[in-house]
Write a protein that binds this ligand. Structure first.
Ligand code: ZN
Length: 188
């Protein structure tokens, strides 16, 4: 089932999400719904607060793009992370252009570490400690921010945020059009 995605300005996006355990009701269905919602919106990551659920659960899914073939190659790279924790950051700080399904129409370069070691439970509650690098590290850090009530625009400079003020206000007031379904705090 495809769920509506909450936009910037919605209070759930600003909550510190709560950890869950294996008894969480209908967890498998919820994870399936999150993948379906993420892919339908052409996203590469989705955190539960973005579907108005303040719990520590996120999904990641994308395929590598081959510049020469001008096409996506290989199997999709997917992760489900429950109660994820960044235990170590590695490598250089890098800029990468980020966007967010909750912040439609805004894409900006964000500075983050190149690699992170993340400890998390998968959807079967198996514990993993995994070193992530490149796009996978980038998406995981962006989604873990969501679990802490943070959105990528918070990481931009004050000047950049001032320049984006009108665009952000349009999102908050529900004026920004998206091809996927959104849910706003101020527009029912
Ligand atoms: Zn996001």
């Amino acid at each position: 089932m495809i769920l509506p995605i909450v936009g910037l300005g919605h209070p759930t996006l600003r909550k510190v999400a709560q950890p869950i355990n294996a008894d969480y009701p209908d967890l498998q269905q919820l994870v399936d719904n999150m993948f379906e919602t993420m892919y339908a919106a052409e996203g590469v990551g989705l955190a539960a607060p973005q579907i108005d659920l303040p719990i520590r659960l996120l999904t990641i899914g994308y395929r590598n793009y081959d510049e020469k073939l001008k096409d996506y190659v290989g199997d999709p790279i997917e992760r489900t992370m429950i109660n994820p924790e960044i235990v170590e950051s590695k490598g250089e700080m890098q800029y990468y252009n980020e966007g967010c399904l909750s912040v439609p129409g805004i894409h900006e370069d964000v500075l983050r570490p190149e690699s992170v070691v993340v400890r998390y439970y998968d959807r079967n509650f198996q514990l993993h400690t995994e070193e992530l690098t490149g796009l996978l590290a980038r998406i995981a850090q962006h989604e873990i921010d969501h679990l802490n009530g943070k959105v990528f625009v918070d990481r931009l400079s004050p000047l950049k945020r001032t320049l984006l003020k009108r665009k952000m206000n349009d999102i908050v007031s529900g004026k920004t059009r998206t091809f996927y379904r959104m849910k706003y705090a101020t527009k029912k």
